[in-house]
Design a protein around this ligand. Structure first.
Ligand code: LLP
Length: 441
């Protein structure tokens, strides 16, 4: 089919429409995949995930000539197969919990390349992370620094740490994911002087080795300027620490946050170009400030996996409320995609097997949970013929979907199916009702 008719639909490079009018994802017919694996189902394009890792790695290599790292922020999507992919692609990882650490370890990930985040690492978390040989702890607060130091002392080791700092930047994204502002639960604020106090404190500890600083300004950021502003503030802080304490940071971790297209309205970011600009800026400013150029880390999550994922659903009912609106209910909802309910996030939802039909029905696509707020998207254009049994595809669901899924209403979580080289294989199987009672005593 002529894909020019689908300009607003095919927002990602791995989408197409075949002669039968079926949506294809990673070259595979979504109708066949739904038959084979059932619905709802998360599909992940493994080839695209690997291509994204390589694009990031080569951008960082070009920009920093071997003095940079790319860490996959695994909160975006975390299961064994993904850590295996990251190991094979020579990526580092960002982990935030014992669960993510354990999954990575079980996938054979080399944990010296892991950075451990979170704003409240318990003593138990700290022990587990050290047992696993996590390379770097990103310390968020003073209590945590002390606890890391204590545990390292008891093991007779010196643990590498970075300090999480808030540069005081508003990245113009939605409130729940803006983390770089001074008024944030994360990190030590630079503008208030607390970052400097924390640096002095970290340098006084005997069993931690301060390696550098971290900042993450927010998520779904399209304005590349934001990263330059963050780099500017962080490098000046590094220069200030050198002048004040004689401490020269070896690592500057700039976090993640690059935005991805959820709808045709979102711009497409050129990651290589953006990282190139940040690179040039860092090389120039480091020289200007008289500091050694630190090793620069990026921590992308969403921009590695988001548009490598789609979710397929089956329609159960089409309910027209005369004079109001039409609801199209599907066999999933806020349990597999909480993002509209939580953030009012925009999505593109397509009639997977009726791509050639005119979209002359406007409907709210609703989930199956007992809650009015369980909506996947409002005002979705769909064919008038939409009926029970039809297949809908929600695009850009590879990040923060499976990892934020729940069992609300005791609904089992969908499986995750990986697509690679024209083949499909299950990476996470569908939950069963027995899984749901597995913890009940
Ligand atoms: N590094 C740190 C320290 C982070 O906190 C995050 C995301 C990332 C990296 C990765 O950011 P990304 O490249 O994925 O934007 N649940 C929300 C997103 C929360 C992001 C939290 N931190 C959502 O569904 O939009």
């Amino acid at each position: 089919m002529d894909t020019r008719n689908f300009r607003n639909d095919l927002i990602c490079e791995n989408l197409s429409v075949n002669e039968a009018g079926h949506l294809c994802f990673a070259g595979q017919d979504t109708g066949d995949l739904a038959k084979q694996f059932g619905t709802p189902v998360y599909l992940m394009d493994e080839d695209l995930i690997r291509a994204r890792c390589r694009a990031y790695l080569s951008a960082v290599e070009n920009a920093f000539g071997g003095r940079g790292r790319v860490l996959y922020a695994s909160k975006a999507a975390s299961y064994k197969r993904l850590y295996e992919i990251m190991r094979e692609e020579n990526m580092g990882i960002d982990v935030v919990s014992q669960g993510e650490i354990y999954t990575a370890v079980r996938a054979g990930f080399p944990m010296q390349n892991a950075f451990f985040h979170s704003n409240n690492k318990t003593d138990d978390d700290i022990r587990a992370a050290m047992d696993a040989g996590v390379g770097y702890f990103v310390a968020d607060n003073t209590e945590e620094l002390l606890a890391i130091d204590r545990e390292a002392a008891s093991r007779g080791i010196r643990q590498n740490v970075l300090l999480r700092l808030t540069p005081g930047i508003d990245p113009h994204t939605y409130e729940a994911v803006a983390t770089g502002k001074v008024d944030s639960k994360f990190g030590f604020a630079i503008p208030t002087g607390q970052a400097e106090t924390a640096t002095a404190f970290a340098l006084s500890l005997k069993n931690t080795a301060l390696c550098g600083f971290h900042s993450h300004v927010g998520s779904q950021v399209f304005d590349a300027e934001v990263f330059l502003r963050a780099a500017n503030i962080m490098l000046r802080f590094i220069a200030q620490s050198k002048a004040k304490f004689g401490f020269e940071a070896q690592i500057l971790n700039l976090g993640g946050g690059f935005g991805v297209p959820y709808t045709a309205r979102n711009p497409k970011l050129d990651i290589a170009k953006n990282i190139g600009e940040v690179g040039e800026f860092i090389v120039r400013l480091s020289a200007e400030l008289g500091i050694a150029q630190p090793e620069v880390c990026f921590e992308p999550g969403r921009s590695i996996v988001a548009d490598a994922g789609i979710t397929l659903y089956t329609v159960g009912s089409v309910k027209e409320i005369t004079g109001y609106r039409t609801y199209v209910s599907v066999d999933g909802g806020m349990t597999d995609n909480i993002r509209y309910a939580l953030y009012g996030a925009s999505y593109t939802i397509l009639p997977a097997l009726k791509m050639g039909e005119p979209r002359n029905l406007t409907a709210d696509v609703a989930g199956r949970c007992c809650e009015s707020g369980d909506i996947l998207q409002k005002n979705v254009p769909l064919p008038r013929s939409t009926a029970r049994g039809d297949l809908l595809a929600c695009l850009t669901t590879g990040a923060y979907h499976y990892s934020m899924a729940s069992n609300y209403n005791r609904i089992p979580r969908p499986p995750v199916v990986m697509l690679r080289g024209g083949k499909a294989s299950v990476a996470v199987r569908r939950e069963t009702v027995d899984d749901l009672i597995a913890l009940d005593i």
